[in-house]
Design a binder for this molecule. Structure first.
Ligand SMILES: Cc1cc2nc3c(=O)[nH]c(=O)nc-3n(C[C@H](O)[C@H](O)[C@H](O)COP(=O)(O)O)c2cc1C
Length: 438
């Protein structure tokens, strides 16, 4: 079923999609990517954005360090109209690794200096500064503040824990959860002080807020009914909004579909966890957009630990994905497009374009043209080829030899406790990969 990437032209990509019975939005013209977009009083210069990509290279105190600066300076020169900064912890115990960024009074100045540098570089090169969003997170089940797992969970999940359930001491109590909105609010306030344009209350990839959306078996205020399961997200968004100026954007990167069995997965059908059922996802979007007034949401699906092919289709890596990567692309487009269609006034960022390498701009343009999303977000491509957006917009094409090859090595670095970057295209990380013995 699975085939490696070998397409030499857009026609070959189209033919492969047709052979599989898929309807990927692919556009020959990239013109739509050059269109500006109005968003909450800002005008975005184009439809290309960089998705949050963790480098695991902050200081021990959680401030951007040398490699963090290098990465965002490269992103500043990408030409993308929006940079969604990687996961930044709101509490130390919720850091996913000892070098994860952490927003607190002691790190805010370093973030401010970084943001000033990013704006100035982009303005010099392109004549505009990208919108800067801080992704605020609690890593929950995947917390590793000292480098070894220290999970803090919403509820046990046999699908993820197998026959070794996590101890009940890992389950955050209702009081623990009730303390978090204030921490997200503080981090949002500090993000504004640090010069970001907005903050994301991260609710994806099964980190804490995302996990809570499926804690159907949890008793109490944060489990059971959907109203309870989305209570913490609601409270964090409300607290963050109350903590910042009216012009500061509060947004959310949201998992629409987890791709594992009900009742443990969110956005999944009760019959088969692998089939999306977006009825609850749409209710969360209704909460965020219609009730709480968020104008922009960044949609994603899957879990990078247990089903990475769903989150970021690839064809090289530790295990062979169980489906053709085009099917993964189609699932992502279908999920994002269905929700965008249900909320036409919402501005939506779509994910997972990098797999198509030199043709990923054609998928991005097709998705925007067809109304799947308003903005196309690139993750791994930004590590491999930071100037991808400028090349798409100015030259109308990507150089094949600079594209991400979806090999999974950036993730392998991260999982091995290293700093993440492109092992294939960036010699610094080729060395890091070798040094870690990978
Ligand atoms: C090394 C690595 C780090 C990532 N870090 C984050 C992160 O901090 N926050 C987040 O929401 N997603 C993160 N992601 C997911 C990406 O934002 C993106 O959704 C995914 O890579 C699929 O998009 P792509 O096909 O363009 O790479 C990460 C992915 C990778 C490979």
């Amino acid at each position: 079923m699975h085939e490696r990437f070998h397409y030499a032209s857009l026609d070959e990509v189209r033919a492969e999609a047709a052979r599989l019975g898929l309807d990927l939005p692919l556009s020959q013209s990239l013109d739509v990517l050059r269109q500006p977009l109005d968003l909450s009083g800002h005008t975005l210069a184009n439809r290309l954005t960089i998705q949050p990509m963790e480098g695991c290279d902050g200081t021990a105190a959680g401030a951007p360090d040398e490699l963090t600066q290098r990465r965002y300076e490269r992103f500043a020169l990408s030409g993308a109209s929006l940079l969604w900064f990687e996961a930044i912890a709101v509490v130390p115990e919720g850091r996913a690794n000892p070098r994860q960024l952490y927003m607190h009074a002691g790190s805010v100045d370093a973030f401010r200096a970084l943001n000033e540098r990013v704006r100035s570089l982009a303005e010099q090169r392109f004549g505009f500064a990208p919108l800067l969003i801080a992704q605020l997170t609690h890593s929950g089940r995947y917390s590793k503040p000292e480098g070894k797992p220290a999970p803090l969970i919403g509820w046990n999940n046999p699908y993820l824990e197998g026959d070794k359930p996590l101890a009940s001491s890992c389950i955050l109590s209702d009081d623990d959860l009730a303390a978090l909105p204030e921490r997200f609010a503080q981090a949002a306030r500090l993000s504004e002080r640090a010069g970001f344009d907005g903050a994301d209350i991260k609710c994806c990839h099964r980190y804490l807020l995302s996990e809570l959306l499926s804690c159907r078996e949890r008793p109490g205020r944060y489990g059971g009914s959907l109203e309870n399961r989305m209570r913490l997200l609601r409270e964090c968004v409300q607290a963050a909004k109350a903590a910042v100026s009216p012009g500061f954007l509060i947004t959310c990167r949201l998992n629409l579909h987890d791709h594992f069995p009900y009742p443990y997965g969110f956005g999944v059908s009760q019959e088969s966890g692998e089939e999306p059922d977006l009825s609850e996802s749409k209710r969360v979007v209704s909460l965020l957009h219609e009730e709480l007034g968020l104008e922009l949401l960044d949609f994603t699906i899957g879990n990078p630990y247990s089903n990475p092919h769903v989150n970021r289709p690839y064809d090289l890596g530790a295990y062979r994905p169980p489906e053709h990567p085009f099917q993964g692309l189609q699932r992502m487009m279908d999920c994002v497009g269905q929700v965008k269609a249900a909320f036409p006034s919402l501005k939506v960022i779509g994910s997972a374009f990098s797999y198509l390498r030199q043709f990923s701009g054609n998928l991005a343009a097709g998705a925007v043209e067809r109304g799947v999303c308003d903005l196309a977000g690139f993750g791994r491509m930004a590590f491999a080829y930071p100037q991808f957006a400028a090349d798409l917009l100015e030259k109308g094409a990507l150089e094949k030899g600079r594209c991400c090859v979806a090999c999974g090595k950036c993730t392998a670095l991260m999982r091995a406790g290293g700093m993440a970057g492109c092992v294939v295209r960036d010699p610094l990380y080729t060395r890091e990969y070798k040094q870690l013995g990978l």
